[in-house]
Design a protein around this ligand. Structure first.
Ligand code: FEO
Length: 392
């Protein structure tokens, strides 16, 4: 695709990756993604903001045909989907300097072997004049690595935010056209890579509140020409209370755990608690991550296999531990044939979660009347905890 004008002398460059279905060999991308770079031509200096994932480098290099010089390459984030083509750009524009946070400099030297003399490091709040346009660098760590920053173009009031506020969507629409679709994709993205760092991200959001931001230009997905709603959404995901919602990832081998899951779900719904089920045998883990953003309680449904939890439930539990959702309560339900350490093993996998563990329920074989009664008690306990906590 050709470069596209955003504002006077400000252009979108980059590549739309329609085919990609997995990121970091982990994160599903059901709608593909884009790698957005931006070109700002000031009266004195020209700057390129970020690049593209190396497999699509030729698209960016073609868009740079006809650009006489690049003085600066701003690298907001060292991850290779944005930085990986910087060495190619430096080959064509060897006089360009790479503008980074001090921490990003070391990371780019490690990851891409860019020579030390190519860098200019900038402090938080530092400005840089392009002549008739001014860049202000705002350090915003952990969106999504510790070295990340954003750039505010003062005259045009555009925030170039890199992963922050991004969404994985492949589209030819430059700006958001379907807010519901972008909300879901942005929430999925937040859940998968930023949720664990909520405390720092809250500070970043507070820092940005001091700026008049009329447009957000992220490095994945569409640009926001009315950015208030996505900033409000982030405030909710980061600072909002958990919802009156139980997220229930489970797997069942011969049906016993499924019977327990269905009984508990009915009991919760009867008591006014919303439930989202995720059968781990068929799940899109991005959907599970998204549900965890709002969960008040997580219940893992795990059959016992080879004396421990089914490996798919161990994977989901490890993932939840890594994502550190704001859920306040957790329980485990499941079944076994003759013995095992399912509860102990899963309980040992969640050291990062600040949760109260509600009494787990493991049944032998098919659930008995006593097991169903225990599940009703668990549903009552969860509903009561949610009421006490004010989850809505
Ligand atoms: Fe889009 Fe963290 O890179």
């Amino acid at each position: 695709m050709q470069k596209r004008k955003i504002k006077e002398n400000v252009y979108w460059l980059g590549a739309v990756d329609w085919d990609r279905r997995l990121f970091d060999s982990l994160i599903p991308l059901p709608d593909g993604t884009s790698y957005n770079a931006y070109l700002i031509q000031g009266s004195e200096k020209t700057v390129l903001l970020d690049t593209v994932d190396p497999p699509l480098a030729e698209e960016l290099m073609a868009q740079l045909d006809g650009v006489e010089k690049i003085d600066l390459i701003v690298s907001h984030h060292a991850e290779q989907d944005h930085s990986g083509t910087i060495p190619r750009v430096l080959e064509r524009f060897p006089e360009a300097k790479v503008v980074v946070t001090p921490r990003a400099k070391g990371m780019l030297i490690d990851l891409l072997r860019i020579p030390e003399g190519a860098f200019i490091t900038v402090e938080d709040g530092q400005t840089m004049s392009l002549g008739d346009k001014t860049l202000k660098f705002i350090h915003t760590p952990w969106v999504h690595w510790p070295e990340t920053m954003t750039t505010y173009l003062e005259e045009d009031r555009i925030l170039f935010s890199c992963d922050f506020f991004g969404s994985h969507i492949a589209t030819t629409d430059l700006f958001v056209t379907d807010q519901g679709r972008v909300y879901e994709a942005a929430k999925r993205y937040f859940a998968e890579i930023m949720m664990p760092f909520r405390a720092v991200i809250a500070k970043n959001i507070e820092k940005l509140a001091g700026y008049d931001i009329q447009m957000i230009a992220p490095s994945h997905g569409q640009l926001y020409d009315r950015p208030a709603w996505i900033m409000d959404a982030y405030r909710d995901w980061v600072l909002g209370a958990p919802h009156n919602l139980v997220v229930l990832p489970f797997v069942s081998m011969h049906g016993s755990t499924r019977l327990m899951v269905d009984h508990l779900t009915s009991g919760l719904v009867r008591r006014g608690v919303r439930v989202e089920l995720f059968n781990l045998a068929v799940v899109d883990i991005g959907k599970l991550a998204m549900a965890l953003v709002d969960a008040g309680t997580v219940v893992v449904g795990a059959p016992t296999v080879l004396a421990g939890p089914h490996p798919l439930t161990a994977y989901a539990t490890l993932l939840a531990n890594a994502l550190r959702p704001k859920a306040k309560y957790l329980s485990i339900i499941g079944s076994y044939g003759w013995g095992g350490k399912t509860v102990e093993t899963l309980a040992g996998m969640i050291p990062n979660l600040k949760v109260e563990v509600l009494t787990p329920i493991l049944c032998k074989g098919l659930p008995s009347e006593a097991d169903y009664n225990a599940l009703d008690n668990l549903a009552e306990a969860i509903a009561e905890k949610h009421r006490e906590s004010g989850f809505h």
